[in-house]
Design a protein. Sequence first.
Length: 765
Amino acid sequence: MSIAPVSALVAAIVSFAIGGSVLLREPRRRAHVLFATFTFNIALWSALSFVAKRFDSPIFTWVSMLAAVSLPATAQRFFQAFLGDEAGPPPLSRSTVFGAAIFYGILCFSRFIEPVHTTVWFGAAFIAYVFAGLYLSVFYLYRRYRATPSRVEKTRLLYLVVGGFATVTASLAETIPRGPSFGSVFIIVYLYFLSQNLIRYRLLDLNELLGRMVVLGTLVFILTFIYGVLVRWVGPDEQGLFFFNTLLASATIVILIEPLRSRVEGGISRWMFQEKFELSRRIEMLRAELANVIDMRVLVPRVLGALEDSRRITHASIYLADPDGSGYELAGQVGPRPEARFDAITHRAFFERLRRTGVISLEGIEREVVARRTVSTEEQETLQLILRTLEQMNGSVALGFSSEDQLLGTLVIRDDRLREAYSSDEIELFRGVANSIGITLQNSQVYERMKERDRLAALGQMAAGLAHEIRNPLGSIKGAAQFLQPGQMGEGAKEGKGESTREFLDIIIEEVNRLNKIVSQFLDYARPYRGEQRPLEVSEVLKKTLSLLPAAQLEGAIEISTSFAERMPPVRADAEQLLQVFLNLSLNAIQAMAPGETPGKLLISTGLRRATRRGAAAAFFEARFRDSGVGIPPGDIKNLFIPFFTTKDKGTGLGLPISQRIIENHGGTIEVRSQPGEGATFTVLLSIEADAYAAYLEVTRVDSARRTPTPPPLPPPAPPALPPSARLPPPIRRTPPPGTLEGFPSSAAKDSGRPPREKSKLQPP
Ligand code: ADP
């Protein structure tokens, strides 16, 4: 049996199966029925052609021609319905109806009166009519392809036009005697593709389907080629060699199939679905990046930025649930600003559905509106409400992220340039992003709770410190006041009354000042950050700090030297606040150095610390304060930044905590290195913005190119080793004035684990 009848039989069976499967599917639309009619027509024609060819039967040839006459009509009706869809039964072109009538007439005439259907002229006219009709159907597709503004629609129609044209042409070629017999294969593939167009809701999925078909086709061709070559080689009688070659071919295929498949798949997906390939690459990168983010304030702009960079969206917004769950607030957007808040109750239909399904797409809802025309008006209203919410959010697809059964928020995207901009696979990719947002959101909530717990613990510690700090001066004030009470001064004291009264009043004023200082510093610490950050030269701030250092303290006792790196990139910071930090660190260093035989040394230097931030080159500005003072015992280092930790008589223990808070507000840190007796180094690290660093790198690159072989400016060399520290000056201790003290036991001092300060203890006379 030759190949042509077999392929006709296969085409008949498969076409029938495809038509049947579409017909059985719910909801059944008019286009489905017309598609089934068209495929059944093809099935009938193919089956009859098979019998006619197989048994060389003139009567079946005649019947198959009868079946073929209706092909243009069924094809055109289907394609018109397919393109116009729900618009009711499509009209048939008059020439098709007229042509069909003529051919039915002639065929009847030929059967019963004079057999003209076997003549070449009739055959040619018949083929011309049938194929012109089929080409006309393809032309409808082409016309729509030209007219449609949608990119997705265009791609889909292009596939259909090219496939249709190839199928009709291949079938036409089969009518030529001894022509190629690929027609049936084309018909099967094309009908399958058409059926998927009807069944699959997301049109873009067809691209992927086509991609898979192309992969399969390519593999089949490669493997057939391998078999073909090896089997062809064998002569008709060489049975042994035939089996050997078959074995060889099978082995080759088994070995080749896996790498070949991944190669072909990779190549084809890059060639056919470049956009999707690119999008998935970007989203993979974004998700890897999000794994390191804990702060939603960082995450939201990063996600939106990456989506914008992908150039697959024109609008995107992220809404996050209010803490009390009463609504969803806009956290950020790309494109025109949508409504800022959606009430959970008013938009319940939308959020409830999003929580249940995870995704809401405009087309999905619109399709449901059409498909459910018959259902209750209440359901229709719900669908309309969902559509409206999506519109107000400026989105065509909303992707929810939930924890357990609570909707935490939604990522809404849209590509204004296209109607159906995303395939199901792409929506899955975006869903992955939404999931990552959900995970970060949950992590950030846990993190915030932990921070809150730490904050409360620190607050407790601070309150104890504050109470202690306040109690001591109060004790002194009370003691002094009691001493000043009339009748409290002893006889002996009366002689020098004026003098001791002044002394006690001085104590009161001094202690009140001290209280005032503690309270204002404490407020500094507790007050939320209110600086104004702008790019500035940090070394300028350092120079100003030096000019403000109390000259009296430095005279002879301390040598201050500086080593500022040249042409450093600017840092975004608040000059006043930096000054406060630098001044505090310098004064601490000065106070740690006792005036002795060898003067103390303070070296203030700047430099650049290179680092990587999420794989990208980044840098920090370093300002180092290195002193040759007493140093800090290892046990104290961890307490330095706890409010009210101090080892000084007149210290408040708030300088470092305030400094740390300021630097952290600038996105930096303070590092401490010290050994007791060997001085201390405090390093302030301020992050340099990516743009400023890039500009700096560019300048140094140009510079070094100009001055080769001089290397580009590097961070300054490590400061020279300092001599062993001088000894700490004896603590400044106020001589206790004569007087009595009762009251204000210092329990806080005991509790804090620090010895109560001597200066606060007023000795009874
Ligand atoms: P205060 O200076 O009021 O004590 P700070 O918070 O500025 O408060 O400092 C806390 C403590 O840290 C100081 O009491 C001191 O013990 C220690 N300290 C700070 N800087 C230095 C330094 N450069 N060398 C040695 N000790 C230091």
